[in-house]
Structures are given as structure tokens and as C-alpha cells.
Design a protein around this ligand. Sequence first.
Ligand code: DQA
Length: 142
Amino acid sequence: MRILVLNGPNLNMLGIREPDIYGKDTYSDLVNLIEEYCKNKGIEVKCLQSNHEGDLVDYIQQAFFDKTDGIVINPGAYTHTSVALLDALKAVSIPAVEVHISKVNERESFRQISYVSYYCSKTITGKGFDGYIEAIDYLAAL
Ligand code: DQA
């Protein structure tokens, strides 16, 4: 099983960025947690992060050519703006789960729309880093 975990803009700033909302753990901590978990489960995982929408589109397209079985995606602020990410997910047609560290549904009105959710089979919010693990388990069970 091969999984891509994709994080969007400002998620490289975890630990520094609004710790009251996103916690004190860093992006490296997140990657270590995911890699360790997947190693124990025998899942091949690739964790990528970019602050650039086009890079994220490229990573999703590459997942198709890499024969990736599932995508975990936290598009950051592009969640609420990007039709391009939605179209990329539809183009590759790989099962995908949307993850948000914070409780987006309890935040500002502009965070209430998610374009990728039109494609993702599951959305996990407000569970911190555990949300990524839950998403991996969901994809592994498919
Ligand atoms: C986020 C929520 C988004 O609204 C925000 O723009 C982010 C992070 C989350 O993980 O809670 O960058 O996706």
C-alpha cells in the first residue's frame, strides 16, 4: 500500500504558527509520527508540503504515475479557494481523505467552504495530528 500525505501552505510553520489553534508540535514532528506509524503498518508513505498551489497540483498528478493507492490532504487555506486542487484529485481518481488539524467548522465563515470535500470520501477535523493517522487507517482499510 502506497500513501501520499500532502500538506498545503503554512503547515511547515506548525509549532510556530498560532500554537493555541494548531498546537506546539512542528511539521517535522508530524512527519516523524506518520512515517513511524506507516513503517509499523507496512505502508509505504511519502509526506510532501508546499506553500504553492501549482506544486500541490503537480504532487497530486505525480501520485497517479507513482501508482499511489491513497491521498491524505490538508490543503491549508487552499481548502477554501482552490478548484485546481479539486480538479487534480478528480483527474487522478485516487481515494482521498481531507484532514484539518483545527475545528474548521467552528471557525470563521470563510473557512466553511471546502472545494476538495466535493471529491474526498471523508473529512476529519479538529483531531490534531491524530486526524492524519485516522485518515491513513481509513485508506488502508479500503
Ligand atoms: C487548516 C485550516 C485552514 O482553514 C487553514 O487555512 C490552515 C490549516 C487546519 O489544518 O486546520 O492553514 O487546514
